[in-house]
Design a protein around this ligand. Sequence first.
Ligand code: ZN
Length: 110
Amino acid sequence: MNEKEKSEVVSRIKLEIDKTKSEIIELKELTKPISPENAIGRVSRMDAINNKSINENRLRTAENKLNKLNHSLRKSSEPGFGSCARCGGNIALGRLMLLPESSYCIRCAK
Ligand SMILES: [Zn+2]
């Protein structure tokens, strides 16, 4: 990976970190405890509970992704950046641009 490619991947990582952070803020808002009073009605309350567990899953996924992105960003200043954490081969640039949090090449990720 040359310097230009590397800086493209790094800005992609930073962009994705910003996006994921705002997603997490939004999801935290959506997963606040549902008030027990019946103001929203029983059926809406059931909906709210269902949506809450979907959003809790999304929140966990987003937090996980943010951890990986921060990890990739830290690694970007190290010499091994862009190589697979398992086999040591190069991770394709297209893969890093699409999934900047990947630390495995396509073969090892399977
Ligand atoms: Zn690999």
